[in-house]
Design a protein around this ligand. Structure first.
Ligand SMILES: [Zn+2]
Ligand SMILES: [Zn+2]
Length: 112
């Protein structure tokens, strides 16, 4: 993103979102400029992201790419869920979630 400055008073212009539009507005005087295309890019980005959150109902999980045999149903692909360190003070906690039955297995604390 490029910095833009107010042509009137040389103050840094700050982006503001007004409904669908976004403008660059001067913090000091009333100068503003329309037509920042930034939100468009963000919308495209969001479209490309896989949906998550709303419980995956499909039997096959797109995110299940890691080769791991489920100890419950024998399916061979699992999704890696990195719980990070915010949940425990141990090393990274990683869960392997079966792409078929959803059975989660916790794996090694120490990943070399
Ligand atoms: Zn200004
Ligand atoms: Zn399974």
């Amino acid at each position: 993103m490029t910095m833009k400055f107010c042509p009137v008073c040389k103050t840094l212009l700050v982006p503001h979102q007004i409904g669908e539009k976004s403008i660059l507005r001067c913090q000091k005087c009333d100068y503003f400029k329309e037509g920042v295309m930034k939100p468009l890019i963000e919308k495209n980005k969001i479209k490309k992201l896989p949906e998550r959150g709303k419980g995956v109902v499909n039997n096959e999980n797109d995110l299940a790419t890691y080769h791991n045999k489920c100890s419950k149903c024998g399916y061979e692909k699992a999704q890696i869920i990195d719980m990070g360190v915010f949940i425990s003070d141990e090393d990274n906690l990683i869960l392997l979630k079966c792409g078929k039955c959803g059975f989660s297995e916790r794996i090694g604390r120490k990943v070399a």
